[in-house]
Design a protein around this ligand. Structure first.
Ligand code: M6R
Length: 615
């Protein structure tokens, strides 16, 4: 949460910073701000506005936005309401330092009290302002340079931070540091970039350094990048090359990133399988599984840790791994796992699933499991992010940058990797018959084509969505592999349309939720020909008997449910274990179109941020 950008070089910084902020707006959009050291008179100008980056652009219209050095921030509020005073950058008292921050300074209250006792005054209710004041206090009282003051201040801080600081009298330098919040330095020709992820950097350079915890980047104009730790020990920068297509960061003619990402899914699945499933479509190899097969095979159990949509993918992973590999699997919310003193040891394998690779709770769960000796396998999307760097091994899902706050293509990518993981391991363990293995691998190859057929239903789903804008509640039901899909469909709807929605295992309905059913209640039921079709059919009858409105997701050619349900969405058939890759897509489209009909901000829903790097 919160996106940070920085620039130093020979170009004007403002356009680069604002463009960068727009790329990072998915991380938060409560307020935005920029600090620039002006060209003519070397003023440290800070401009801030409540709301999106576009509000900042309007605010600075008649201001001096010159400067070849600057830092900028887009905020997701933690401490202090979204308003201009709480927006970053924050000045120090003398207004000679400006700082941006992503993370939480947990001991800010104590630090603030100490500084107040020394006469410091605060203009915001943020934890961040405390840090910039602390740096100034240490710098001034001990007559230190900025780097040393930052190092000493960070030694007093408890919490998470990615920060960047500029100093009015030193327009040739940015100091940046990270702990538990991501930070990337881009190395150009005589210029440097700084950002929370590589997306604001890739159009200028493909050379990046991902900072590690407690590393400080000393970025001086015209000099080599220097990295030191909090005690000034120098660290050799590990320069990586990022490969990212700029087109992936644009809407490409779609009205929203979410719709674009829904439609990208057939190609994403192909990218995800590329080099892993052979051209004949008869064999799947996930190299990380093969490389660590001894360790994985001897695991007493697998524990999957994740949050949100990734947690739903984990539930599907449990089905796949238990069915095909005969290994017991537990699925945990990372946020619960990390504080529960879980029973976990070196005989366990922990799978960490995260699109962003930065989710604070999932990262903490990984660290905890690692400290107990478990083997950690990451399934992430963002290349070079914190979770893949903290794991023993892993597999990227390779679906490209996901910008829409509501996760879509990452979910189907995660399920695809989990399917390939289960198949690769099952083959190594000999827990799957050759016939079944071949049948699944061959069908996996047909999924992109079948997804395309589902996407053709977009118009039909857009039309039927208009009927449901009245609804205040929705229920989603599914069984077996379709239960996590029901959860995911409900999450998609609530996060972008603000309609309350619950996902349930269909058979659980009669244990309580059935009391909610009346003529006003839309119930989405995943009722494909796989699994417990007859049982789900009975559940539909129970809903209809209470006048609920049934939207049934059925297999092509279904005649029985067509006669009972109010609306049927017909999907191409596939194998039961691959059903989620098909049935999730219409639920994504349904949520999208209902939200659009209601006039909601689909890509940037209220209160949310894409990457949850705070607890
Ligand atoms: O980046 P991660 O996969 O770790 O993110 C986990 C959740 O924050 C994320 O899935 C969230 O629930 C999405 N908004 C769902 O659409």
């Amino acid at each position: 949460m919160c996106g940070i950008v920085g620039y130093i070089g020979s170009r004007e910084a403002y356009p680069i910073l604002v463009k960068g902020l727009k790329r990072l707006e998915y991380r938060g959009y409560d307020s935005a701000g920029v600090a620039l050291i002006s060209n003519a008179d070397q003023q440290l100008n800070v401009y801030k506005a409540k709301g999106k980056v576009s509000e900042l652009e309007s605010f600075v219209e008649s201001k001096d936005i010159s400067g070849k050095i600057g830092i900028a921030h887009t905020r997701w509020a933690t401490h202090g309401e979204p308003c201009s005073a709480n927006a970053h950058p924050h000045y120090s008292s003398s207004e000679t330092l400006a700082l941006i921050h992503n993370g939480i300074i947990e001991n800010y209250a104590v630090l603030k009290e100490n500084l107040q006792a020394k006469g410091y005054e605060f203009k915001s209710s943020t934890d961040t302002e405390v840090l910039v004041q602390l740096i100034e206090y240490i710098k001034v009282t001990n007559n230190l340079d900025l780097l040393t003051a930052v190092q000493l201040a960070l030694q007093e801080v408890i919490g998470a931070y990615a920060i960047a600081v500029v100093e009015k009298d030193h327009p040739e330098q940015i100091i940046a540091a990270r702990k538990s919040s991501p930070l990337v330095v881009g190395i150009g020709e005589d210029e440097y970039f700084l950002a929370s992820d590589a997306t604001p950097i890739v159009e200028y350079t493909d050379k990046v350094v991902y900072l590690n915890d407690e590393e400080i980047a000393v970025i001086n104009r015209g000099e080599e990048l220097k990295i030191v730790d909090l005690h000034n020990v120098e660290i050799t920068p590990d320069v990586k090359t990022v490969v990212m297509n700029i087109g992936q960061l644009e809407k490409g003619g779609y009205p929203h990133f979410m719709l674009k990402e829904i439609f990208e899914q057939p190609d994403c699945i192909l990218d995800c399988m590329r080099g892993r499933v052979n051209v004949e479509g008869t064999n799947v190899v996930l190299s990380a599984v093969i490389d660590h097969k001894e360790r994985l095979i001897k695991a007493k159990r697998f524990v999957i840790v994740a949050c949100g949509t990734s947690w739903h993918a984990a539930l599907i992973g449990k089905h796949l791994i238990e069915s095909f590999c005969r290994i017991p699997v537990e699925v945990e919310y990372a946020s619960e796992f990390r504080y529960r003193d879980p029973v976990i040891d070196e005989q366990d394998v922990v799978l960490a699933i995260s699109q962003s690779g930065e989710t604070a709770d999932t990262l903490a769960a990984v660290e905890l499991a690692k400290s107990r000796g478990a083997f950690i396998y990451g399934i992430c999307n963002a290349i070079g992010s914190s979770i893949p760097r903290a794991t023993n091994t892993g597999s990227y899902i390779h679906v490209g940058p996901e910008i829409g706050v509501a996760s879509t293509k990452a979910f189907t990518g995660q399920v695809t990797v989990l399917t390939m993981l289960a198949l690769t391991l099952a083959k190594e363990k000999n827990t799957i018959s050759e016939k079944e293995y071949l049948e699944i691998v061959q069908e996996l190859n047909h999924i992109p084509e079948k997804m395309k057929q589902v996407l053709e239903l977009n118009k039909q789903i857009a039309e039927l969505s208009k009927i449901f804008t009245y609804a205040h509640n929705f229920i989603y039901l599914g069984r077996g592999y379709s239960y996590p899909v029901a959860l995911e469909g409900a999450l998609k709807l609530k996060e972008i349309s603000y309609i309350h929605a619950e996902g349930y295992p269909a058979a659980e309905m009669k244990h309580g939720p059935i009391a909610l059913i009346d003529a006003e209640m839309p119930v989405v039921v995943i009722a494909t020909h796989n699994g417990l079709y007859e049982k789900v059919l009975s559940n539909i009858q129970e809903i209809k008997a209470r006048k609920g409105k049934v939207i049934a997701i059925v297999s092509e050619g279904d005649t029985i449910i067509k006669n009972i349900a109010d609306i049927c969405i017909e999907l191409p058939t596939t194998l039961e274990c691959l059903d989620p890759l098909i049935t999730t897509v219409p639920l994504q489209m349904l949520a999208y179109h209902i939200a659009v009909c209601k006039g909601m901000d689909v890509d940037q829903p209220r209160n949310l941020a894409k990457s949850v790097t705070v607890e």
